[in-house]
Design a protein around this ligand. Structure first.
Ligand code: MLT
Ligand code: MN
Length: 309
């Protein structure tokens, strides 16, 4: 399979529109060591370039659809429309949660070109409860429930959703918010190419690392994982917010409970951080935090980063 990171940043992108803190200022200034990044999404195909799918084109599956989707399509020639007058190589879209950074782009794809939209029943419920998503007309966009732990073949890829510790989307939080529960609200995805045997795990949001999850992730050839924050209190310490990573439903990269420590011995060839928040110093190519991540065998994804599995 061929994987393209369309957007490596977390909600809001890098730099976020109102972020004047030091890391973001490097991106605002156009510093080549701080490349800008769009919001969280990847594209995957099982169709090799010379061997297209049944309708003669390569079929791409998007995992999440960010508000930056139009810009991401423009930046990715494989996703340009054609060959028919109204046709897109985007055959299907799979959602991992209901965050705005993962569903907002669906509103951009409203010009009555068919695609399959796959998610847990809970995430489909959120879309149904928000009538603005009815622009994705029934009869054009095929909404399909993918129950957790069941495998569906989507454009030639075997796709399985599995629960990870998380929470409901920010805009659905009530007075009491359960953080770290495993439900249909936040999932990871296993993507397997039955022709090559390549296995990718994509987990853009994860609040903690239980043993069962560690065991699952150890099976794959590649892991694209939640790199939202470097330290749990990063935004508090910078004075740009009150929330910790944990409160946002994201484990951090550093620290004893962090990803580098928890997944230190993970026997996975390609380990990349995605969904990176605008405050995270690993975004800077010359930071000590980036050095620490790379010394631990991880990569910090950029928009356009590709993998062949
Ligand atoms: C998150 O991943 O924490 C969310 O995308 C936050 C948000 O909705 O901005
Ligand atoms: Mn997010």
């Amino acid at each position: 399979m061929h994987v393209i990171v369309l957007g490596a940043a977390a909600g809001g992108g890098f730099p976020q529109w109102n972020d004047g803190a030091p890391v973001a200022c490097r991106a605002w200034a156009g510093d080549p060591a701080a490349p800008r990044r769009t919001q969280s999404s990847i594209a995957v195909t099982a169709d090799p370039p010379g061997r297209p799918g049944p309708d003669g084109t390569r079929r791409w599956v998007l995992f999440n659809c960010s508000p930056d989707i139009r810009q991401q399509i423009i930046a990715t020639p494989d996703l340009h429309p054609g060959p028919a007058l109204r046709q897109s190589p985007i055959a299907d879209i799979v959602l991992t949660n209901g965050d705005i950074d993962h569903i907002g782009g669906l509103l951009t794809l409203r010009e009555r070109t068919p695609f399959g939209l796959w998610a847990s029943a809970a995430i489909h419920g959120i879309l149904r409860d928000n009538p603005i998503f009815n622009v994705l007309a029934d009869g054009v966009v095929d909404r399909k429930v993918l129950p957790l732990q069941e495998t569906a073949t989507i454009a030639g890829l075997e796709v399985t959703l599995f629960p990870v510790p998380g929470k409901v989307p920010l805009y659905m939080e009530g007075a009491e918010v359960e953080i770290g529960g495993e439900s249909e609200a936040t999932v990871g995805v296993a993507v397997r190419d039955p022709q090559t045997g390549g296995l990718l795990h994509y987990v853009p949001g994860c609040a903690a690392m239980p043993e069962h999850l560690k065991r699952r992730l150890a099976q794959g050839d590649a892991l694209l994982f939640d790199g939202t924050l470097w330290t749990d209190d990063e935004m508090v310490a910078l004075g740009v917010g009150q929330k910790t990573g944990r409160r946002m439903g994201h484990m951090s990269i550093s620290g004893p409970d962090g990803t580098l420590a928890q997944l230190a011995d993970l026997p996975v060839a390609h380990r990349l951080f995605v969904h990176i928040n605008t405050t995270n110093p690993v975004l800077l190519a010359d930071s000590p935090e980036r050095q620490a991540v790379e010394a631990a065998g991880w990569q910090v994804a950029e928009d356009g980063t590709e993998l062949q599995l």
